[in-house]
Design a binder for this molecule. Sequence first.
Ligand SMILES: O=C(O)CCC(=O)C(=O)O
Ligand SMILES: [Fe+2]
Length: 312
Amino acid sequence: MYISNHGIPLSLFQTAQDASLDWFRSPLADKEPANTNNSIKNKGVVGYRPRQTQHINPWESVDVRESFSWRYDPAYDPLHSPSSLESIPPHVKKYVEHDTDGFPWSLTPKEFSQPVIRLYQAVLALGRQLVRVFALALGLGEHDLDEKFTWPDAGVAVNYYPPITPRSPQQQPHSEPQQPKVGIGSHTDFQLFTLLYQDDVGGLQVLSPEGQWLNARPVEGTLVVNFGDYMQRITNGKWVSTVHRVVNNSGKERLSIAFFWGFGLHESCGVLDSVLEEGEEKKYEEIGCWEWVQRRIEMMRDVKKGMGETTV
Ligand SMILES: O=C(O)CCC(=O)C(=O)O
Ligand SMILES: [Fe+2]
């Protein structure tokens, strides 16, 4: 699904895109200080990941992408004034605690951080608006879900896909099955939905219900909306989470920014009564958002263990 007329000026995306490209093109040594391993509180979750250090789907190649990620931090949320940050409820606080030295942003130049954070703030407002649209579509009142997004799980990944050249037939031994080199392997996102900005290079693919990979071509001024697993759960499977991956065969570098959107990690939600037909059974039990995210991470690790894979 694509959305247009979302109200965020194209220039905000383009400025963040240019700033991100500049940063990713800089020497590895300049990016390494922000490596996710250097985070104290959110190792492996926030910060920089060099190329080919992740393997999301063990049935495909290692992920070629580099990425820079961060988690929701109320300090960047225009909904919360600096004074209200002192009164974050304790049950919320433990999920929104960050490295006190401002990692990873403190280790990147402001030419990168400022435009990207400005865009993030605009997308936070859009996410809150979209939740209201979805609430209405799910038979709820417009504002029924607002409270669950006071401290949303609104993380981001800025993804950089260096150009890759497909292997020539001579390089591909006959005995090996043809395996695409993926920028990021096939997966579903964990939470409710993801708003995805992509440049004009292309390479994003989504799996159709018939099992065919469809190209989600870039359309200027739009954002791709992918449903995540938690959305599938609360809608009793009516809104299915989107299996997607990136295969960048363009010979050019590609940039995308994925804004993940979910209920606050301290929140919990089961199948919404409003989506159930008469007599319909609930397929999923209620589960807290934090527990769900942890379970999904474990599920990915189990798949890797089953493949004899040890790296995450
Ligand atoms: O780069 C893209 O188009 C997709 C990125 C993605 O799926 C993710 O970051 O979860
Ligand atoms: Fe994704």
